[in-house]
Design a protein around this ligand. Structure first.
Ligand code: DOR
Ligand code: ZN
Ligand code: ZN
Length: 363
């Protein structure tokens, strides 16, 4: 058995408010615990999207009632809310800018809107972007121009990872994440999954792109699932929404790569704990760890998943490594397939009162 820190997933979609037939705070954070994650950062493309004080409190109320692990909530950047978002920065995981079309209404097209957000969001707090190709290049330009930290979500192609490498070599304050599905699936998966099931933004890339991610591992700061549940019926419909669930498959896939000699355990700890904690300035969870059996061999199936969407693009894959136990603040919250955390026991890591109580950064 090996012991690891409680993992941090800096990029999940929990669908509440608005789309709880796909997922909600309870089911999504139960999936997180089952996957070895004790902190999740929730994206703002809910219905309504989280863009102001009112929608933030709607999301945080649902989180307070439902969350089983710790969390923080992103604010979404819109055309009109730069000042309002800036004022909410201390209560948010970060600010999310959607610079390309993806799921939901949040998309920023006008450069003037990007500029307003880059100017209004406090410099010591992260801005995160969904940006592919040319948008990624433009976002990196803004990071340099404003001389501020910028986190680049789900990098998936050779061109993009090389761009991030160059930005870092130029001394820009950029960090990036890569998803397990962009590391362990490629465009060939479209054949066996079918186009709708395989639809995801950014799209699954060529084998050469996937290889480039592995070849540039040193540039990758975080592994993030981009857990994006949609129902099977939606994925199989004529208009399939993009996205995969990923919380319960990420660690076994990464541990299997360790067994194959493609990664080390330290690579995982750095990218699933140390770096997300540093980038998002998250507190340390005391007496928190996960216990993993690295030798347990099993086949990924949709059975027994905690996520409400109840499917996975990795079905049929043989993996090594199983989460046996998760301990959060001394409490056993997951053990051998059973989630034990009381509903609503997760903590909002951006709550003001908590910071005042524990100035040493621990919770
Ligand atoms: O595939 C995706 N699904 N990519 C995104 O950027 C959004 C996500 C979602 O919310 O479904
Ligand atoms: Zn995205
Ligand atoms: Zn996402």
């Amino acid at each position: 058995m090996i012991k690891l820190p409680g993992l941090i997933d800096p990029h999940v979609h929990l669908r509440e408010p608005g789309d709880t037939h796909k997922e909600d705070w309870r089911t999504g954070t139960r999936a997180a615990l089952a996957g070895g994650f004790t902190i999740v950062l929730a994206m703002p493309n809910t219905r309504p999207p989280v863009t102001d004080a009112e929608t933030l409190s709607l999301a945080l109320k649902a989180a307070g009632e439902g969350a089983c692990c710790d969390y923080a909530q992103f604010i979404g950047a819109g055309a009109e809310n730069a000042a309002a978002a800036g004022q909410l920065s201390r209560q948010a995981a970060g600010l999310k800018l959607y610079l390309d079309q993806t799921y939901g209404p949040l998309r920023l097209d006008a450069l003037a809107d990007w500029q307003a957000h880059f100017a209004a969001w406090p410099k010591h707090l992260p801005i995160s972007v969904h940006a592919e190709g040319r948008s990624l290049a433009a976002a990196i330009l803004f990071a340099g121009w404003f001389d501020r930290p910028l986190h680049l979500c789900h990098i998936s192609t050779r061109d993009d990872i090389l761009l991030v490498r160059q930005a870092k070599e130029h001394g820009l304050k950029v960090t990036c994440e890569v998803t397990p599905h962009h590391l362990f699936l490629d465009s060939a998966s479209l054949d066996h999954l079918g186009a709708g099931m395989a639809s995801v933004k950014p799209p699954l890339a060529s084998p050469a792109d996937v290889q480039a991610l592995w070849d540039n591992l040193d540039v990758i700061d975080c592994f993030a699932t981009d857990h994006a549940p949609h129902t099977l019926a939606e994925k199989q419909s004529p208009t399939p929404p993009p996205g995969f669930p990923g919380l319960e498959t990420a660690l076994p896939l990464l541990l299997t790569a360790v067994r194959e000699g493609r990664l080390t355990l330290d690579d995982i700890i750095l990218r699933c704990y140390t770096n997300p904690q540093r980038i998002y300035r998250l507190p340390v969870q005391t007496s928190t760890w996960i216990e993993v059996d690295p030798d347990a061999r099993w086949e990924i199936t949709p059975d027994h998943l905690q996520t409400r969407c109840a499917w996975t693009p990795f079905a049929g894959r043989q993996v090594f490594g199983r989460v046996r136990r998760v301990v959060l603040r001394r409490q056993v919250v997951f053990e051998d397939g059973v989630v034990l955390a009381p509903t609503g026991s997760g903590r909002n890591l951006r709550l003001e009162s908590r910071r005042k109580f524990l100035p040493n950064g621990q919770i």
